[in-house]
Write a protein that binds this ligand. Structure first.
Ligand code: ADP
Ligand code: MG
Length: 455
C-alpha cells in the first residue's frame, strides 16, 4: 500500500472517530497521530508516551471500530512513539489544556494512567454487559468478586473463546472496585504486558522494583494468561508473585482461552494453582444473547436499525461478540457516511466478507434429521401432515430451529416440510417460543437439540 492510500484510509477513519468521540477530544488527541505502514505492518505513531497512553486508554475502541467500519481487517493496532520522544513521559503543557468541562477529571485520570501504565476502558462495565445463559455463571462470579472485599475465591479464573467477554468482565470488576473502594490498589494488565515489564526490568536490572510493584497491590488481574505458556522465566516470576499475593490475602483474577488444566506449555504447579479458586467459563453465545447484545448496543445510536436487520445479524454472525459488534458498527458507518437506508440487502452487501466467514452449513434437512433422532420420529412423518402430538410437536420444533439456524425464508422452510405454507411456519415458531417461555423441560430439550445441531 502506498502512502497516499494509507492517508486515504486514515482520513476516512478520522471522520468516523471524530463522530464517535467529539470534536474536542479528536482535536486534542487523535489528530496528533500518524497512520504508518511499514513492512506490511500498520501502526499509529504518537509524538510522546503521554499521547500514546491517553489514546490507548481512552480511544482505542473507537479507533478500531472506525478502521473496521471502513473495511480494514484488524482487531487491534499498536501505537508507537516517535524515537526522539521515547522518554518524555512528562506531558507538554498544551496537551493538558483540554478545553472541555471534563478536563480536570481527565487530567487526573491521565496522571493515573501515566503512573500506572495500566488501562481500563470506561465502556466495559457491568452495566453494559448483557447477561444470558452462556455467561451468567461467569458474570455472577465476577460480580461476587467485585462486590466483596473479603477474598473468598482465589484466584477467580475466567475462561472462554475469543471475543466472548472475558476482558469486558475483568474491566468491569476493576471499575467496580475502583468506584466502591478507591483505596484498594487494582492492577489490570495483559499477560503479554506482564512479560514485557518483567523482561524490561531484567534488562534494566531493576527487577526489585518490578517485584515490589506487583507485591504491593490488592487486586491483580492478568488477562490472556495463556500467553505466558512456554516462557519459563516469566512463568516462574508469575508463580512467585501469585503465591506472595495469595499468602497476603490479595485477590487475583486471571483470564485465559482454556481451562487451567488445558493450558499447554504451562508448568504443572502453576496450572494446579490457577485451578484452585473459582473457575468460571463463558460458553459460545446463543441466538438470544446475540439479539440481546445487539439491542442494547443500538440504543446508543441515533440511526434507526430495523428489527429484521438485527435478527439477521444475530442469526448470521455467530463466531463471537467482537465480530457481531464489528458488523453492527460497519452497518452504522455505511449508513452515516453514504446515507444509505439500513435493510437486509444493504447488510448483506456491506458485510459480504464477514457473512462468508460465518457461513455455517446447517441445512433444513440436517435439522429435521436431528429432531427426528431426538424424539424418535420417522423422517417421512415430519414432512407429512400427520397430527399425532409427538410428530406435530417435533415438526414445529424443526421449523423453529430452521428459522433461527438458517437464513431460509418462511415459505422456503414450509416447502421443505412437505409443502406447508408460510403461515404454518409462523404459527410453529410462535408456538415453540411460547412453550420455551413457560415449560422449562421443553426449553432445555430445544436447547440441547440446538447445541447438537450447531456443533
Ligand atoms: P475476550 O476478552 O473474551 O476476547 P472481550 O471482552 O474483548 O472478549 O469482548 C469482545 C467485545 O464484545 C467487547 O467489545 C465487549 O464489550 C463485547 N461483549 C462481549 N460480551 C458481551 C456481553 N455479554 N454484553 C455486551 N458486550 C459484550
Ligand atoms: Mg480479551
Amino acid at each position: 500500500m502506498n502512502n497516499a492510500e494509507m492517508r486515504g484510509i486514515w482520513d476516512q477513519a478520522c471522520k468516523l472517530i471524530e463522530k464517535y468521540i467529539g470534536k474536542n477530544s479528536f482535536g486534542n488527541w487523535i489528530s496528533k497521530l500518524e497512520y504508518i505502514s511499514e513492512e506490511g505492518e500498520n501502526y499509529l505513531l504518537a509524538k510522546s508516551n503521554f499521547v500514546r497512553d491517553v489514546v490507548a486508554s481512552r480511544y482505542m475502541n473507537e479507533i478500531i471500530k472506525a478502521l473496521q467500519a471502513i473495511g480494514e481487517n484488524i482487531n487491534s493496532i499498536d501505537i508507537r512513539v516517535r524515537q526522539a520522544a521515547e522518554n518524555t513521559d512528562i506531558p507538554p503543557r498544551e496537551e493538558l489544556d483540554e478545553p472541555e468541562d471534563k478536563s480536570k477529571r481527565l487530567q487526573e485520570e491521565n496522571k493515573d494512567v501515566v503512573e500506572n501504565v495500566f488501562f481500563l476502558d470506561e465502556k466495559l462495565t457491568f452495566d453494559t454487559f448483557v447477561v444470558g445463559k452462556p455467561n451468567e455463571f461467569a458474570y455472577a462470579a465476577a460480580m461476587r468478586v467485585a462486590e466483596s472485599s473479603d477474598v473468598r475465591f482465589n484466584p477467580l479464573f475466567l475462561y472462554g473463546g475469543v471475543g466472548l467477554g472475558k476482558t469486558h468482565l475483568m474491566h468491569a470488576i476493576a471499575w467496580n472496585i475502583k468506584c466502591k473502594d478507591p483505596v484498594r490498589r487494582v492492577t489490570y494488565l495483559s499477560a503479554e504486558k506482564f512479560m514485557y515489564l518483567f523482561v524490561k526490568s531484567l534488562r534494566l536490572k531493576n527487577s526489585m522494583s518490578f517485584k515490589e510493584h506487583f507485591r504491593n497491590i490488592d487486586v491483580l488481574m492478568i488477562d490472556d494468561v495463556q500467553f505466558i505458556s512456554g516462557k519459563d522465566a516469566t512463568q516462574e516470576e508469575f508463580f512467585h508473585t501469585f503465591n506472595d499475593l495469595v499468602e497476603n490475602n490479595r485477590q487475583i483474577i486471571v483470564s485465559a482461552d482454556k481451562s487451567p488444566s488445558d493450558l499447554n506449555g504451562m508448568e504443572e504447579r502453576l496450572k494446579s494453582r490457577l485451578g484452585w479458586g473459582l473457575v468460571a467459563d463463558i460458553h459460545p453465545s446463543t441466538y438470544e444473547l446475540r439479539l440481546g447484545i445487539l439491542q442494547s448496543k443500538v440504543k446508543n445510536f441515533a440511526i434507526k436499525i430495523p428489527h429484521k436487520v438485527i435478527e439477521f445479524l444475530a442469526v448470521k454472525i455467530t463466531s463471537n461478540i467482537r465480530e457481531l459488534e464489528g458488523a453492527l458498527n460497519r452497518i452504522i458507518a455505511h449508513s452515516t457516511l453514504v446515507g444509505r437506508e439500513v435493510t437486509i440487502e444493504m447488510a448483506q452487501d456491506v458485510l459480504r466478507d464477514l457473512l462468508r466467514a460465518n457461513e455455517r452449513f446447517i441445512t433444513i434437512e440436517y435439522i429435521q434429521k436431528k429432531v427426528c433422532e431426538y424424539y424418535g420420529v420417522k423422517f417421512s412423518d415430519i414432512i407429512s401432515s400427520k397430527r399425532n402430538i409427538v410428530v406435530a410437536r417435533s415438526r414445529q420444533i424443526a421449523m423453529y430451529l430452521a428459522k433461527i439456524l438458517t437464513t431460509k425464508s418462511l415459505p422456503e422452510i414450509g416447502r421443505n416440510f412437505g409443502g406447508k405454507d408460510h403461515a404454518t411456519v409462523i404459527y410453529a415458531v410462535k408456538k415453540v417460543k411460547e412453550l420455551i417461555e413457560c415449560d422449562r423441560n421443553f426449553a432445555s430439550d430445544v436447547e440441547v437439540l440446538q447445541k447438537s445441531i450447531e456443533n
